[in-house]
Design a protein around this ligand. Structure first.
Ligand SMILES: [Zn+2]
Length: 271
């Protein structure tokens, strides 16, 4: 059976964490973690600057997101167009727009590294211009449309600052904790505690969004087979679903109509 490539989370090197956290809060003050809430629910919470930086979200500003996109490995124009089209799928409900540029874009895509990944939101501003911020390994026009939905839209979600949605307990139970801790320590430099919080904590205990967890979310964690007890990968959501679109709309709201009634009617008549 062909090995299915899943998303490998990508975070900045430790020496950039603090600077990137400052950038994130400058761009969107809501990115700052809710310190008071955290010290209340975690009694021995250590309030180090490092810890605060790790918990800082990476959303773009709420006034609307317009990001330029360039390609580092000169793909044909039909491929570039197709990728852009799927990136802009998020604009159905959110005030976001990806625009191709011939010069160095804020989002830089290449296909030469292993796996599918993207840095998170405003973190992409701290990646050297010669490096990609998103990797779509060996993506060509021959890749099935379903993979564009599953992969390009998921990685674009990361570029918009959306983290992985936590998983249901039955999915977390499939992960081998020791393998996961070793894997993320090696690939991300995460401590055991971080891996437990990021990967091994099921949604019943904590949901990132503070809303009902959605296992079909396009941002559901994708886990390679080498980390699961049965060796099978966890694929996650296959496309942006209703709750993803609703979530994106709350983070990046489109211009509101003058009255709530009008806004409601406009939403109902779409598509
Ligand atoms: Zn991912």
């Amino acid at each position: 059976m062909k090995d299915i490539i899943v998303c490998s989370p990508k975070s900045l090197p430790p020496d950039l964490l603090m600077r990137a956290a400052r950038t994130a809060v400058e761009i969107n003050p809501h990115n700052h973690p809710p310190i008071e809430h955290l010290t209340r629910i975690i009694p021995d919470f250590q309030l180090t600057p490092q810890r605060i930086a790790l918990l800082t979200k990476k959303y773009w500003g709420i006034g609307g997101v317009r990001l330029t996109v360039s390609f580092l490995d000169n793909p044909p124009s039909d491929l570039r167009k197709r990728i852009l089209q799927h990136m802009n799928a998020w604009s159905k409900t959110a005030n976001v727009k990806f625009v191709e540029t011939k010069s160095k874009g804020q989002v830089r895509i290449a296909r030469d590294q292993t796996g599918y990944w993207s840095y998170l939101g405003t973190d992409i501003l701290h990646i050297p211009l010669r490096e990609q911020t998103m990797n779509l390994q060996e993506f060509t026009m021959n890749i099935p449309e379903s993979e564009y939905h599953r992969v390009v839209r998921h990685e674009t979600g990361h570029t918009l600052g959306f983290p992985h949605e936590h998983m249901r307990k039955q999915l977390v139970d499939k992960i081998d904790p020791e393998k996961a801790i070793a894997y993320f320590e090696e690939t991300q430099g995460w401590s055991e505690e971080e891996v437990r919080a990021q990967v091994l904590t099921p949604i019943e205990e904590s949901s990132l969004r503070g809303t009902a967890p959605d296992p079909k979310s396009i941002m559901c964690y994708q886990i390679p087979g080498e980390l699961t007890k049965d060796g099978k990968p966890i694929i996650g959501g296959k496309d942006i679903d209703g709750s993803d679109y609703a979530f994106a709309a709350t983070i990046y709201p489109k211009k509101q109509s003058t009255t709530p009634m009008k806004a409601k009617a406009a939403t109902g008549s779409r598509r």
